[in-house]
Design a protein around this ligand. Structure first.
Ligand SMILES: [Zn+2]
Ligand SMILES: [Zn+2]
Length: 174
């Protein structure tokens, strides 16, 4: 989804899109877009910056931090972002060129005469994702000894003796 400067110069651009599952590549092994992404926004030109205000909704799949099963997390986010025109390369005193560092705040850059809005959506989603989440508040997790998912099964481990095969596996994985 591209936002073109020449369109914004005429009037604000209304974005109302439903992107299919997987349309946004989150470029992360941990997260996957599994639900449609609904985005409603308005892009406008504020002096030479592009401002994008709106809201997004999506469902993202991630791993339960306890039992490691895949689970879906709903994400809903309102945003108000500014993008500055950028010369991505700046000469240094030694005549070399280095990449301009991005600031931490809600200010990004666009290159040329358009903004790739999918990149902005990716960043918005990743910022919202928790580092850890549980599939349910009382997730029992995995048996530390045999690895059984205790939500769905039981095992014979009683917290006493360690299964020698498991101990061997643990030792060899170090
Ligand atoms: Zn779980
Ligand atoms: Zn067990």
């Amino acid at each position: 989804m591209l936002i073109a400067l020449k369109d914004l110069a005429v009037q604000p651009v209304v974005i109302s899109e439903v992107l299919r599952a997987g349309a946004i590549d989150l470029r992360s092994p941990d997260f996957r877009q599994v639900g449609v992404l609904i985005v409603e926004a308005v892009a406008s030109l504020v002096s030479d910056e592009i401002r994008v205000q709106g809201e997004l909704q999506v469902r993202i799949e991630m791993e339960c931090s306890r039992c490691l099963e895949r689970m879906e997390v709903p994400v809903q986010k309102t945003f108000d972002l500014f993008y500055r025109p950028s010369r991505t390369l700046q000469p240094t005193s030694r005549g070399e060129e280095i990449e301009l560092r991005r600031p931490e705040l809600d200010v990004g850059f666009f290159v040329g005469d358009k903004l790739e809005f999918n990149d902005a959506l990716r960043e918005l989603i990743l910022i919202e994702m928790p580092m850890k989440a549980m599939c349910r508040p009382d997730c029992l997790g995995l048996c530390l000894q045999c690895g059984t998912n205790l939500n769905t099964g039981t095992c014979a481990c009683s917290g006493g003796a360690t299964d020698p095969r498991w101990a061997q596996l643990k030792a060899s994985s170090k």
